[in-house]
Design a protein. Sequence first.
Lengths: 169, 581
Amino acid sequence: MHIHQYEKLWLGMSLLLIVGFIATITYGAVGVGVTMVDDSGGNVNPNALDEHPEFSDPGVEQVGENEYEAHVVARQFIFQPDPIVVPANSTVTFYVTSADVIHGFSVVGTNANTMVIPGEVSEVTVEVNEAGEYGLICHEYCGSGHHTMEGILRVVPEGEYNSSDGGEQ
Amino acid sequence: MSVEQETFVDRYPQEAELVRRAFLVAFTALGLGALFGIIQALHRTNVLRFIPSTDYYTVLTAHGVLMVIVFTIFYLVGLYQWAITRSLDRSPTNINFTRAWLTLMTVGSALTGITILLGFVDQVGISADVLFTFYAPLQAHPLFYTGLVVFIIGTWLAGVDWFRTWLHWKQDNPDERIPLQTFMVLTSMIMWYVATIGVAVATLFFLLPWSLGFIETVNPLLTRTLFWFFGHPVVYFWLLPAYMLWYTVLPKLAGGRLFSDPLARVVFVLFVLLSTPVGIHHQYVDPGIAEGFKFIAMTNTMFLLLPSLLTAFTVVASMEHGARQRGGEGLFGWLTVLPWRDPAFTGMALAGLMFAAGGFSGMINAGMNINYLIHNTIWVPGHFHLTVGTAVALTFMAGTYWLWPQLTNRRIYSRPIGLLQVVMWFGGMALMSNSMHVAGLYGVPRRTAEPEYAGFDFNTAFGSISELNIQLAVGGTLLFVSTLLFLGNLGLSMGNPKVEGLGQSLPEPLSGASDSPRVLDNMKLWAGIALLLVALAYVLPLGAIIQNGGLFGMGGDAYPVSVLGAFDGLDAVRELLGVVR
């Protein structure tokens, strides 16, 4: 097979680019430690969330010195709880599931972003830094009221966080 | 010379009629799709509103399905019917069979299309507001899934028809290499057969019986994964006919010849092999799929850049060759002698240029962990309006300016209007796509009717969200006007008198088929390897999804519950028949 010299050069550069991209992504995963949402959250029956030990009363709880877990239920067309309140400078693991259709869970302006699929639990761990209010949106079409499905992630200064209210304020 | 001047319709009048019929459906869908497109562009930017936001999703479903299923695939079957007949110089084995599959595809599209549009009429109680992706447990009326199945069966039979024509040709020409255009048709169809396994299983075994009430529940992650099994290769099914035009028609328009036939074959084989085992890259942020499977999809996706990068080389090299044949000189001076006044050439060249931009944003999407930032933001439609919305759509329109006279013996009504049309598309898309990409980086989601939320504002690094919205609305309006110019120009062409001597032949490549190894023509080999790669990429994740979440899911209801409401399966069938009658 005859391949022109320029074609060979272009082919070589293309392969280099591709390998470069894969290396970058791999570095992001292994070096920086950006893990992907995966199957670690397990499965639930979306019709039996009321009986679930955590999702029956969704909210935030402290699980370590600076570590928190937030259980969130997405349903047409709200997030529970709303607002979600967490302290600044902490590590928060979100467990998000759906009570009905497929939703999205995205903290606007950050890379906290996951699909929410009925039957599945999405587990996302994020580092929460400064205090402030972040918009929380459903980014997957979930029915005729989809555009109204939003919430707030409220990051409060460490001293102001009251662990007894489960982040429901 | 007499052979030179013979057009396709002179030589194959019946086939030309079928190609025109396929194009008629395609362009009807394009016109309707464009109408729904502008409604969205003006509604979600709050520029002009005349529908309630709850109807936005009916508009969005119609826009998506009409554009990327009906417009693209009907254009594909028309173009491929032309290409295989022309390149083999042979009629279909039985043209009634050709008519039959085209009719099936049309009936299926009409069923699905009407079911979607009935969503505007609340009294009827039939709807399919499920968007192009129809993720369960959102449920459409059974007619939506039925139409889809009928349509896909039609495309399968089209493939059977083309393979049969080729096999008969091969009996008569045992030692010849497969002509390049036929090679492209056959490889595209192998890819399509592999790809549609996913959507066929999802629809026939799960969604259709579920919508009829025969099964109670489905596993939403399973049907979603099966959708994307199909949902990524389908984008190459849109793209490959555009590639065919770039490889076989564009060099002629530029005044030259294709640079390399062997490399074109390699590119199409790479698409057969790699376009399906990548679908999980649409599910990077899905729960229930292990990171390793996402990593495999990511590496496969990155290697899929290769055939497109090779295409970029070949297309530009062929254009340069054509320009130098016309007397072009200098490092870049040759660009000036290209036929920029020809809308067919300029449209395809601009489409190719935009595809490069779309390729770059696609590389971001493909980057597994970078994807977190833009997943399901409006960045994503910004990306695919460059690819399917321009590389494909604009190439199809530009190709039509060249092909239409071959199919009708009539000249195009106005070349200047054609030129204005393709340039307007490019400009409109530059504005619309740019604003969508930028807004996506600020976190603005896709697939929503409203530009703002009640509880917070989007923060911009520069400019403002309202500026971006205006840019989007202006771009969308230009695209709509461009579509009208295209359809109007084509319609007025039918008033032109029939003339002789419009026939054009396609030149042989510089480096011909004989330069490429014969193994490239071994369709069974490539189909086998493609299936093996698909099995490697999908058996384990699908197995895990079923094992963890159950074949029919963990429970849960369908939404909206009113699609069939209280009817059981039998009633549903009765209702279905009643509607058909």
